[in-house]
Design a protein around this ligand. Structure first.
Ligand SMILES: [Zn+2]
Length: 337
């Protein structure tokens, strides 16, 4: 009996369905076509959290992160953007995918949340070009200083382009940075804070935070990020990152490459055995062998050294050398071993 009832009920249902399909074509039509948008649109609730910019975005490795922003409104529609809790931030010196969570909760325990994914992507690093024989790259560390403007005047007089590896926490002389860039020199980074090497090279995070702080300052002054660096100490000192003073620390160079950066030690050091102008000039103008590709270390914080530059340039031009500012296409020089 039960089976029969069940069968009858199913049959009845089928009949109703068939009738509705064939007798009410308007109903079938309504199911297949979407209603006009104006009808189904539901006004958003007042409590909401909106992200500005893309919910998923690519960010160049080595560029300090700036969140595109967000806005939050409570259930009364009041702006509560200042109460948003942001969890997570991209490690911009390490290629990878980083979620950022934005949370806004009200007294009633209800909340609005949004999530953004930041893909930190490697920057392109151009191929190396061998410079022509007899290229001299003058480089100046530890500035800018009170002597940097004078040095720029000398360089301009001979149309010589040079490279400045700056210490970015020199608040007094930083106004010269736009001039360095405008006159065609390369602005490179030495560091933000020339502090103890143990601190700077404690781990990648310490080194990269210092570098990124310097990058932000360089960008604030010039609108550009640096693509060449010189390690405080030298590349052997930077091997402290690996817990040793010898050997190259591959992660450091891979990380810099992801940022589109190359690092340069030097192969000519005219200040090395002297503390005066004549000695600096003497060393520079008496190389053991003619210069092929010379990366010359000087400091624009050393007055005696800056005072030697004009005569150094005159001598080199007389000898037929050419000057160039470094960029990331020049072969790297490292004392790693
Ligand atoms: Zn230095």
């Amino acid at each position: 009996m039960r089976r029969e009832k069940c069968f009858r009920f199913t049959l009845l249902l089928l009949v109703i369905l068939l009738i509705s399909e064939f007798s009410f074509p308007a109903l079938a039509f309504a199911e297949e076509s979407p209603l006009p948008e104006a009808v189904i649109e539901v006004p958003p609730p007042n409590r909401r959290l909106e992200l500005y910019g893309e919910g998923e975005l690519d960010w160049p490795c080595g560029v300090p992160f700036e969140d595109p922003g967000f806005a939050a409104y409570d259930s009364d529609g009041a702006d509560r953007s200042g109460d948003v809790r942001v969890e997570g931030s991209p490690v911009v010196w390490r290629v990878g995918d980083y979620p950022i969570l934005y949370l806004f909760s009200e007294n009633d325990g209800e909340f609005a949340a949004a999530r953004r994914i930041v893909h930190v992507v490697a920057q392109p690093l151009p191929e190396i070009n061998e410079p022509p024989g007899g290229t001299i790259c003058l480089t100046f560390d530890d500035g800018p200083s009170a002597d940097t403007a004078y040095l720029l005047d000398i360089l301009a007089k001979y149309n010589v382009k040079a490279t400045f590896f700056i210490v970015a926490n020199h608040s007094k002389n930083m106004d010269i940075l736009p001039r360095i860039v405008a006159e065609g020199h390369t602005l490179g980074i030495h560091c933000y804070d020339h502090r103890s090497y143990e601190y700077l090279y404690k781990d990648m995070e310490h080194y990269c935070s210092d570098l990124l702080t310097a990058q932000k300052i360089v960008h604030d002054y010039t609108g550009h990020y640096a693509h060449v660096v010189r390690f405080p100490g030298d590349s052997r000192t930077a091997s402290l990152l690996a817990g040793t003073l010898t050997g190259k620390y591959p992660e450091l160079y891979d990380t810099l490459a992801d940022m589109g950066i190359r690092a340069y030690d030097w192969n000519v050091q005219p200040e090395s055995a002297t503390k005066d102008t004549a000695g600096t000039l003497e060393q520079f103008t008496h190389p053991r062998e003619p210069y092929e590709y010379a990366v010359v270390l000087q400091h624009d914080t050393r007055h005696f050294s800056v005072a030697a530059v004009e005569k150094m340039i005159q001598w080199a031009l007389d000898q037929g050398y050419t000057f160039a500012a470094l960029d990331e296409t020049f072969p790297e020089i490292h004392f790693e071993e």
